[in-house]
Design a protein around this ligand. Structure first.
Ligand code: ATP
Ligand code: MG
Length: 653
């Protein structure tokens, strides 16, 4: 994408839409916070690598590293020569510290079933499963695919792989047989761990049956371990398929954790596919753990008595970093919920928070906007007083949704951490420290200590204020080590834009006068209207700012005069009826908020917009629809029906 005037990535909005109210950190929160002042930033600035070494030392290493960082651009190695095991750091270490009886996981099935596991119990489960996997011939470096519902065994499976040094690749349980097949084959997995099914909106998702279809075309898979969750009837292929409860029955209760090199691969995880074909992102052991352990402590302000709930599925990076490795390495007590937020009613999340007295909630803007659409009455009916901190991740959170979250869920007393990061970054990169940094609704905040982020122009020069391309300009411990099996794609995707000099994150970003970062949308999505760059997220935020609108997705479509014109796909809140004036009112609203230039030329009212399985809006498909093209990669699309319906609607209008 070109930046017309060469230097700035001007959005007409600038500070208009961000006339931002600033929210100070509540003093009670500040007083008790893990991080109370700026000293971490200062320390990291003085010597970034030494700072990260200090962070890494908080973990248990069986052999210390010889060299903290080897940076052969674009390949980084951290804590070189050090030996560490992720499962040891998430389990054994806590038991040795007398925390064996502490609750690790509180699991609630969608059907209301409940199971809890202490650290000692989790340890036993993981050790047994690790031995079972080993006895199937899985060795260090082998790949294991995990295709599971949100059940404790999904966490145990990840940690069991980590224990023996097998590389896990978790495939989200909502993916199709083809998506599973492609990931298994790309990673050349030998073992699949799955379940007979999981519950979703009262129905059983037949994971094993879906997997059976995938397995017809996965020559590398030798064995399948099946967790019995739903008791649905499944076919078990002799010699290949084994019940989980059988394989863990007669194994030893202890499995020696493998001493892994810091740089050994911990896992491969495929990205969400918001911008194109998913990439198999490779993460290391020592650097990754250093990133997630420390960011969990800083950003979520985790305390021994917290009940932490990250609602992300383990199939996404958020589930890896902040439902497994980050919290468990910190000995947290966590909630794991299997099902949908609207089953049996739209207050399921709030009921869970009330029941278990959840203190920290980490969820996504897509969920928050759905809650807004459903109405305030649902959270109002539950006691959410236990909450003390809220988090958001996955997309920019529009100020309107931020405010709703702050008022209706946080009761105006909980700081919100809007955390920017990617599958590639492994851990949170840009956010506020909840006890230190004032919040601006809609801005993620500033780079964390030890993270160097800049906004660059097309030529790769730093833009001190204004908009451009986000780049992480120094290596960080939890950074991706590559794309599985495709070093060339790694170089092109992340290092191609500025001739190998800087990491290209793919997000358009603006920095305000206080140094806060505002995410403007994917670089490929940003619109160029009559010579001006206009950000998708700003126009969407302006639309959502109107009380009638629940959600909006905005794309630039070819226009003979302006180059691009703005098309907006809008979902109205429940109870708001579309009439002859609605379109004009909303166009005018955007004009008022941002300026005439950002006025959408078309608004298409719809019941839904295409999203990835992780709930992010797929604007590239909307562009394909709007410009009458064949749709791009749709393997990660949540609901293909929506696209077909929209296509029809768009052509009619
Ligand atoms: P793909 O790379 O396959 O297109 P994806 O980028 O959606 O998929 P993820 O790694 O899950 O895959 O998402 C990371 C992206 O999500 C970021 O690059 C950014 O665009 C967006 N994102 C995440 N958190 C935030 C946030 N707090 N604010 C703004 N954007 C965010
Ligand atoms: Mg991405």
């Amino acid at each position: 994408m070109a930046i017309p005037d060469g230097t700035t990535f001007k959005t007409e909005v600038d500070d208009l839409l961000h006339e931002t109210r600033v929210f100070q950190v509540p003093s009670l929160f500040h007083n008790l916070a893990n991080i109370k002042n700026d000293s971490l930033y200062a320390k990291a600035k003085t010597d970034r690598v030494a700072f990260w070494e200090e962070c890494a030392k908080k973990l248990h290493w069986t052999t210390p590293w010889k060299q903290a960082l080897i940076w052969e651009k674009p390949f980084a190695k951290w804590f070189v020569g050090g030996k560490i095991n992720a499962s040891y750091n998430c389990l054994d270490r806590h038991i040795k510290a007398n925390l064996g009886n502490k609750t690790a996981l509180i699991w609630e099935g969608e059907n209301g079933e409940e199971r809890t596991f202490s650290y000692a119990e989790s340890y036993l489960e993981v050790n047994k499963l690790a031995n079972a996997i080993k006895s199937l011939g899985i060795k260090k470096g082998d790949r294991v695919a995990i295709y599971m519902p949100m059940v404790p065994e999904a966490v145990f499976a990840m940690l069991a792989c980590a224990r023996i040094g097998a590389i896990h690749t978790v495939v989200f349980g909502g993916f199709s047989a083809e998506a599973l097949r492609d990931r298994i084959n790309d990673a050349q997995a030998k073992l699949l761990i799955t379940a007979d099914g999981g519950f979703r909106r009262g129905n059983i998702v037949p994971l094993k049956n879906i997997a059976d279809t995938a397995l017809e075309q996965t020559p590398g898979i030798q064995d399948v371990i099946v967790v019995q969750r739903s008791k649905a009837e499944v076919a078990m292929k002799r010699g290949r398929d084994h019940w989980y409860h059988d394989v863990v029955r007669n194994v030893k209760p202890y499995c020696e954790p493998e001493a892994m090199d810091s740089e050994d691969v911990l896992f491969i995880l495929y990205t969400s596919g918001t911008t194109g074909k998913p990439k198999g992102i490779v993460h290391s052991t020592g650097g990754y753990l250093t990133g997630v352990y420390n960011t969990t402590h800083w950003v979520f302000d985790l305390k021994p008595n917290d009940i932490f709930w990250c609602t992300a599925d383990v199939g996404w990076v958020t589930g890896h970093s902040y439902a497994v490795y980050g919290p468990m390495s910190n000995a947290a007590t966590q909630i794991l919920y299997e099902g949908a937020p609207d089953f049996p009613e739209r207050d399921r999340f709030w009921r869970i928070i009330e029941k278990y007295k959840v203190t920290i909630l980490y969820t996504a803007p897509t969920a928050i906007r759905a809650f807004m659409k459903w109405g305030d009455q649902w959270p109002k009916g539950c006691n959410l007083g236990s909450l003390r901190l809220l988090g958001s991740v996955g997309e920019p959170i529009n100020p309107e949704a931020w405010m709703w979250y702050y008022e209706n869920i946080g009761g105006q007393k909980c700081p919100i951490v809007d955390t920017w990061w990617q599958t590639e970054t492994g851990a949170i990169m840009i956010t506020t420290l909840p006890g230190v940094t004032p919040m601006k609704p809609g801005s993620a905040g500033k780079p964390l200590p030890g993270i160097d982020a800049e906004i660059l122009n097309e030529e790769g020069q730093i833009i001190p204020a204004g908009g451009g391309f986000l780049s992480l300009t120094s290596p960080w411990p939890s950074m991706l080590r590559g794309i599985w099996g495709d070093p060339q794609r790694y170089k092109e995707t992340y290092w191609g834009r500025w001739q190998g000099k800087n990491y290209f994150a793919g997000d358009g970003t603006k920095r305000d006068k206080d140094g806060y970062f505002w995410f403007l949308g994917r670089v490929d999505d940003i619109m160029l209207v009559a010579g001006h760059n206009i950000s998708t997220s700003e126009v969407e935020s302006a639309l959502v700012d109107n009380p009638m609108v629940a959600e909006a997705a905005v794309v630039g479509v070819k226009d003979d005069i302006k180059g691009q014109a703005i098309a907006a796909f809008v979902i109205l809140k429940e109870g708001h009826k579309l009439n002859a004036k609605t379109e004009e009112i909303l166009k005018e609203h955007v004009s008022q908020k941002i300026g005439a230039l950002a006025r959408p030329s078309r608004i298409i009212f719809t019941a839904d917009v295409p999203k990835t399985r992780s709930g992010k809006i797929m604007r590239r498909l909307l562009r394909d629809i709007a410009e009458g093209r064949v749709l791009g990669d749709i393997t990660t699309l949540a609901d293909a029906g929506i696209v077909a319906a929209l296509k029809e609607k768009y052509q009619e209008a």
